[in-house]
Design a protein around this ligand. Structure first.
Ligand SMILES: Nc1ncnc2c1ncn2[C@@H]1O[C@H](COP(=O)(O)OP(=O)(O)OP(=O)(O)O)[C@@H](O)[C@H]1O
Length: 230
């Protein structure tokens, strides 16, 4: 698979003094955060305060106006777009509220996509996809298309896809926002269990205090930065 490995001593994410503006509108200033391997951090905050923007900065999907972001020891601010993409593919998994499962690919192809992008050998891909689907309780559904799945099943596909390449960091943006309460609870259990099993760090953006209480650290994003939540 591709290069740019995680430094064995670097935290999956380290942010210092991050500030983000859109034009003259300041989204946030002075955000600092360090997340050690295997730690689960929940981020709460008012709508529009910049939680999704912060996740995008962690993955190098967005640009910022001041401060630094290190992903697995790599300085994203100093990396070009191509290098950011390689780092993201190698070290980050995503789970979104709207699933973002590709409609024309079947379940196995969706889950295997990160491995394909990392040019993993076909035999390894098949094996890892099978394991990942079994781990989220979707064995036997590998040839279904997304339109043939429920919302809970779609999010299980997304969780399997997010972890199949064993990233150091999993970024989850309101992952249960589109699910009914019972399904949401089961998907959250699965997300946390799977992340812990893989030893990945989890950053969960949520409006749910119940979900946030399961985290090792609960932070609140405001215009002034990140602070410990009450
Ligand atoms: N491409 C963009 N151009 C201009 N402003 C933007 C852009 N993307 C986001 N914003 C603004 O940046 C702010 C932060 O947006 P963001 O989606 O990160 O907030 P959030 O805390 O995740 O909100 P929510 O909880 O409602 O999802 C908002 O005021 C939003 O309108």
């Amino acid at each position: 698979m591709s290069d740019l490995p995680a430094s064995p001593v670097a935290p999956p994410i380290r942010i210092e003094g991050l500030a983000k503006r859109y034009g003259t509108d300041t989204v946030f200033t002075d955000v600092s955060l360090r997340i050690d391997p295997g730690v689960f951090v929940a981020i709460l905050g008012e709508s529009g305060v910049g939680k999704s923007t912060l996740l995008n900065c962690m993955a190098g999907l967005d640009h910022w106006d001041a401060g630094t972001v290190h992903l697995c020891g790599h300085d994203l601010g100093a990396a070009g777009d191509e290098q950011r993409a390689i780092l993201r593919r190698r070290h980050v998994g995503f789970v979104f509220q709207a699933f973002h499962v590709l409609p024309h690919l079947d379940v196995a192809q969706n889950v295997g996509l990160p491995l394909l992008l990392l040019q993993a050998p076909a035999v390894e891909r098949t094996d890892r996809v099978r394991q990942a689907l079994a781990a989220v309780g979707l064995e036997g559904l590998d040839q279904r298309l997304p339109q043939q799945l429920s919302g809970g099943q779609l999010q299980r596909v997304a969780i399997a896809r997010a972890l199949v390449h064993r990233p150091a960091l999993l970024l989850a943006d309101e992952p249960t926002g589109n699910l009914d309460p019972g399904t949401a609870a089961r998907v959250m259990d699965l997300l946390i269990a799977q992340t812990r099993q893989h030893g990945a760090s989890l950053v969960l953006v949520t409006h749910s205090d119940t979900a946030a209480r399961r985290a090792d650290r609960v932070l609140r994003l405001t215009a002034r930065g990140l602070e410990a939540a009450d």
